[in-house]
Design a protein around this ligand. Structure first.
Ligand code: HSE
Length: 403
């Protein structure tokens, strides 16, 4: 019998209990032994809940119980959750988590600590919710040199952008709709400013590099400046707008990494990913491209990924599951040097001024739009593009990378 403790009985934690109990026979068969929830740690009481007897308020009960061999950390945050994760690993208990902040910030330290104590620190649920992506990178694509990873890693922003595109809503209207539907938090900052996607691409690119990619160094821009006018031009150009998290290996030690909205060609497979869905496009040097698609959030989808890690830990009681993510930092190259083509929306009166500084830019005019026009540039460095925009000052109304 494998005894499991769940830290945090919120959305994902209660989902973990539900998945283990509902699929008990199947899950136990795959784990090779019966799995049982022994404790649930939470500050609250849950009167009437079928598992209320398992609720404890003191983490030391779990950490000092030698019967508990696997701990699911579904609390979130990096204060209490960090201390409990360390305590569990130091006690030789494997930890499975959905906590992307924790993995992005302390991943290498916790993986090393698990190795030193003969247990595992697994985090399949930290990126892409229920989409298998960590395990494929670690186990399935091992013959590949992964050259790039590009993803739609945030369901909230993908929902907002889909609504803006399909219904012509403003950013604020689409966000309000997402909040009504429960797809966006009351404080949506981490999603709409791109911070959530930034942590997720830091995790994926660390696995791509085998070195730590510091999420604080990844240039990150959210979707708050996107307007219905940008979507009109995107549509006229056979494109759409998506928040992409991108990482591209330059060499063993360095990579390009970025989170930003991109005006994407309709033929790009990521252009077809809509509403709250996530997708991750992995490019290997032998395989070419493989896309992973599915629900990037939600109680049971995310819990299913946590439980898949629990099963993996039960199967590998005596040995460490390989994970190549060293503490040494990979170098993120200066984003100013990234070469890209751009979309630039300017006041109609600025046509001459733009054409003087942007040779080769392709003009797009929409007859009904009387106040602005758009240009699609040739590839140029971000530094060069920003310099042109600075020179044009308030003639510039909007701009996006093309992809
Ligand atoms: N807020 C996240 C999203 C939840 O919208 O994708 C999953 O990490």
């Amino acid at each position: 019998m494998v005894k499991v403790a769940v830290l945090g009985y919120g959305t994902v934690g209660s989902g973990v209990v539900e998945v283990i109990e509902k699929n008990k026979e199947m899950v136990s068969k795959k784990a090779g032994e019966e799995l049982e929830i022994k404790y649930i740690l939470d500050l609250r009481e849950f009167p009437g809940d079928p598992y209320e007897e398992k609720v404890v308020h003191d983490a030391s009960v779990i950490m000092s119980d030698p019967e508990v061999s696997i701990v699911c950390e579904t609390m979130g945050g990096t204060t209490f959750a960090y201390n409990y994760t360390k305590a569990a690993l130091e006690a030789g208990k494997s930890v499975c988590t959905s906590n992307k902040e924790m993995v992005a910030k302390f991943g290498p330290e916790l993986i090393k600590m698990a190795r030193e104590h003969g247990c595992n620190y697994l985090f399949e649920a930290s990126v892409g919710g229920g989409i298998p992506i960590i395990r494929p990178i670690n186990y399935s694509l091992t013959a590949e040199k992964i050259e790039s990873i590009t993803g739609i890693l945030n369901g909230t922003t993908n929902y907002v952008l889909t609504k803006m595109e399909r219904e012509g809503k403003s950013f604020d209207e689409a966000l309000a709709r997402a909040q009504e539907k429960g797809y966006a938090e009351r404080n949506p900052e981490a999603d709409v400013e791109g911070y959530d996607a930034c942590r997720k691409i830091a995790i994926l690119s660390s696995l791509m590099m085998g070195k730590n990619v510091d999420f604080e160094k990844i240039p990150t821009e959210g979707i708050t400046k996107i307007t219905p006018a940008d979507f009109e031009y995107a549509k006229a150009a056979g494109r759409t707008i998506k928040l992409l998290a991108r990482a591209k290996m330059i060499d063993e030690n360095s990579l390009e990494a970025m989170v930003s909205p991109v005006m994407l060609d309709r033929e790009n497979p990521l252009a077809m990913v809509n509403m709250v869905f996530n997708a991750i496009l992995v490019k290997g040097n032998m395989l070419g491209e493989a896309m992973f698609y599915g629900k990037g959030a939600g109680k049971l989808a995310t819990a299913s990924a946590v439980v898949s890690d629990v099963i993996d830990c039960a199967r590998h009681k005596e040995n460490a599951i390989p994970c190549f993510w060293d503490a040494e930092n990979a170098e993120i190259v200066d984003a100013g040097k990234h070469v890209n083509a751009y979309y630039l929306r300017v006041k109609k009166s600025a046509k001459e001024a733009v054409e003087a500084v942007l040779p080769g830019g392709k003009l797009l005019e929409i007859p009904e739009r009387t106040e602005d026009v758009a240009y699609f540039t040739q590839p140029l460095s971000r530094n060069a593009f920003e310099k042109i925009c600075e020179g044009l000052g308030d003639l510039v109304l909007g701009s996006l990378c093309l992809g």
